[in-house]
Design a binder for this molecule. Structure first.
Ligand code: BMA
Length: 327
């Protein structure tokens, strides 16, 4: 057993399934995938790329729900076990003071992060092109909207779960207005969750499964070996983009410094529900639950832009894997 230290509350009811006999992968898929089918709601075309957190002894989350109109929206949801979900039939209507910012054009790829006293939500928010919307909730019923973090175009805004040197901190990925064929991960900080600056470059695409663009996934987990960042990487094949995911360890005080980064992917689209759907060949992680007692890690990811899936590992095994298989 590793003597890795990591920051995670006790989560005895974390969704979990033991590594299958004979499996030597660092990550293994839930045998009941997908956990959320595309048609869970009468109005849903697809439910994927979604964020889940522990909440009051159970689980809550913000879900990307593309409606049958193909409007991209966010819905809240609750679950006793993290596997069977009840989603609100109505999309989230953020409450805000400024109608200019509060107009909902579209929202997708949410992340949820508990910091200090509330659950912050970040998402790709339509405001004359995609940028990072920021809001918060305490009860997953009422959601308040703050200012957008950046000018368009930006995607994959992922908050750190605590202030770093006194500042809120966010990974993000400047992009373009379309299906961006490039993209590096940057780090930005803020004194107040409104003004973002002191931008630092974190990492770029390097080749193979992560050759076209990279973007942060779940909220990073603090460990004694650095921030554990799971991220997606994109390869451009002759048949379009292929979204896989890997992981990196970032310096605790200066997270733009990448210490280790996986050369092989952790998971690439290989099952039917990852390879077949509205956008084939996509495995897109947006959330991870971690049990502080056992080190169990449950990663939520979208399959083929259609359904929501789970994969499992142990945080110490993942950190060991990153260090042993780094670029
Ligand atoms: C990205 C985002 C994700 C999506 C991915 C693959 O640009 O739109 O929501 O999963 O493309 O289509």
């Amino acid at each position: 057993m590793s003597d890795l230290k990591f920051v995670a509350d006790s989560l005895p009811n974390i969704p979990w399934e033991a590594r299958p006999a004979g499996c030597s992968e660092v990550l293994w898929r839930f045998s009941q995938n997908p956990v959320i089918p595309r048609n869970l709601l009468p109005i849903s075309n697809s439910i994927f790329n979604s964020a889940v957190v522990p909440y009051q002894g159970a689980f809550a989350g913000v879900f990307r729900v593309d409606h049958r109109t193909r409007q991209m929206t966010l819905h809240s949801g609750k679950s006793a076990d993290g596997i069977n979900w009840q989603l609100s039939p109505e999309r989230i209507h953020f409450v805000g003071d400024d109608p200019e910012i509060n107009i909902f054009e579209y929202g997708y790829d949410p992340r949820v992060c508990w910091i200090e006293d509330r659950y912050y939500v970040t998402w790709c928010n339509g405001y004359h092109g995609p940028t990072i919307g920021v809001g918060y909730t305490t009860d997953f019923e009422t959601f308040y909207q703050l200012e957008n973090a950046y000018l368009p175009f930006n995607r994959n805004g992922v908050l750190f779960p605590r202030r770093i040197k006194g500042k809120f901190a966010m990974l993000n990925r400047p992009s373009d207005n379309g299906h961006t064929p490039f993209g590096d991960i940057f780090y930005s900080e803020s004194p107040d969750m409104m003004h973002w600056g002191r931008h630092r470059w974190v990492m770029k695409p390097v080749g193979g499964w992560q050759s076209t663009k990279v973007g942060a996934g779940p909220i990073p987990i603090e460990t004694s070996e650095g921030w554990l960042m799971i991220y997606h990487g994109v390869l451009t094949s002759c048949n379009g983009f292929v979204y896989s995911f890997g992981a990196a360890l970032l310096d605790l005080d200066e997270p733009w410094k990448v210490m280790y980064r996986t050369a092989p992917y952790l998971l690439s689209p290989q099952t039917l529900y990852e390879c077949v759907g509205d956008v084939p060949n996509v495995a897109f992680p947006c959330a991870a639950l971690c049990d502080g007692d056992t080190g169990r890690l449950a990663i939520y990811y979208g399959g083929a832009d259609t359904v929501t899936c789970l994969a499992f590992t142990y945080v110490s095994e993942l950190v060991d894997f990153i260090k042993a298989n780094s670029l």
